[in-house]
Write a protein that binds this ligand. Structure first.
Ligand code: ADP
Ligand code: MG
Length: 255
């Protein structure tokens, strides 16, 4: 495993908000194909870490290196173009659109046309259209959304909306998909289905990073886990290592 080059290297990452150090000198690496989870108490810096990795905010110091290149200083859409994508919030989903329309629209939102000439080239547009349709079908199948393809978002149950937000993210062709609390508010059956869904996404070759509080799900799904506490990384390891780590039990799991 150590010989595999990492997909993501977080190096000495620090982010201050005024006097508060929300993320404090954190380093870790994520290997291609892993499910890597960040856990820790409320306010530990997990969401800030995700925003730093996705280039939504800039670090005070340190680096985020993806496929050997720094993402620091890029705009979020540039990080997304490199393959670092986080899920869309449910609030960005149009209530009147159907599942299929939503996923098809997500392809257009990340239009990859390199020039206006290519954009207005109808033959190219038709080929892109066919490709987008095919890819949208694959995404619906992967997330088991085919049977609600013609339902409007406003009529979808909560769990399906969550999946639709992930479907939109997949339309951006991520190499690294970041999910912030994907199982929050789910009952055990919904969580089970969502865990299987995340595994299927990973099996497509997409590396997954999670922030999650549901420890039962975290321990089942994660290949490796990093634990944050007051902005610092206090542990990193396999689920078994993390469950037996006295620092982690004291700071978080023992609560
Ligand atoms: P977590 O996701 O682990 O609950 P966050 O990353 O959201 O934690 O927040 C970490 C700390 O940084 C918290 O104390 C939070 O109040 C603070 N924080 C997060 N974002 C901002 C911001 N934009 N401005 C000021 N403080 C912030
Ligand atoms: Mg958070």
């Amino acid at each position: 495993r150590n010989s595999t080059p990492s997909l993501l290297d977080v190096k000495g990452l620090t982010r201050r908000f005024g006097g508060l150090v929300a993320v404090n000198d954190v380093s870790f690496s994520v290997k291609p194909g892993e499910i890597f989870t960040v856990i820790g108490p409320n306010g530990a810096g997990k969401s800030t870490m995700f925003k730093l990795i996705g280039a939504f905010i800039r670090p005070t110091s340190g680096d985020v290196v993806f496929e050997g290149k720094s993402l620091v200083g890029l705009a979020p859409h540039q990080a997304a173009a490199r393959g670092v994508v986080r899920t869309f919030q449910e609030t960005t989903i149009y209530r009147e659109m159907t599942t299929m329309e939503t996923v098809r629209t997500a392809f257009h939102l990340q239009c990859r046309a390199t020039s206006l000439g290519a954009f207005f080239n109808t033959r190219q547009a038709r080929a892109d259209e066919a490709e987008a349709n095919r890819a949208a079908e694959e995404i619906l199948e992967l997330l088991q959304l085919q049977h609600v393809r013609h339902e409007q978002a406003k009529n979808l149950p909560h769990g399906y909306l969550r999946a639709l937000g992930i479907a939109m993210a997949l339309a951006a062709r991520p190499k690294l998909l970041m999910l912030d609390e994907p199982f929050a508010g789910m009952n055990p059956e919904e969580t089970d289905a969502a865990v299987q869904m995340v595994r299927r996404i990973r099996d497509q070759g997409i590396t997954v990073m999670l922030v999650e509080h549901d420890m039962h799900a975290v321990m089942r799904i994660s290949d490796r886990i990093a634990v944050l506490n007051f902005g610092r990384k206090i542990a990193e390891g396999t689920p078994q290592e993390i469950q037996n780590d006295q620092n982690v039990i004291d700071a978080y799991l023992g609560q």
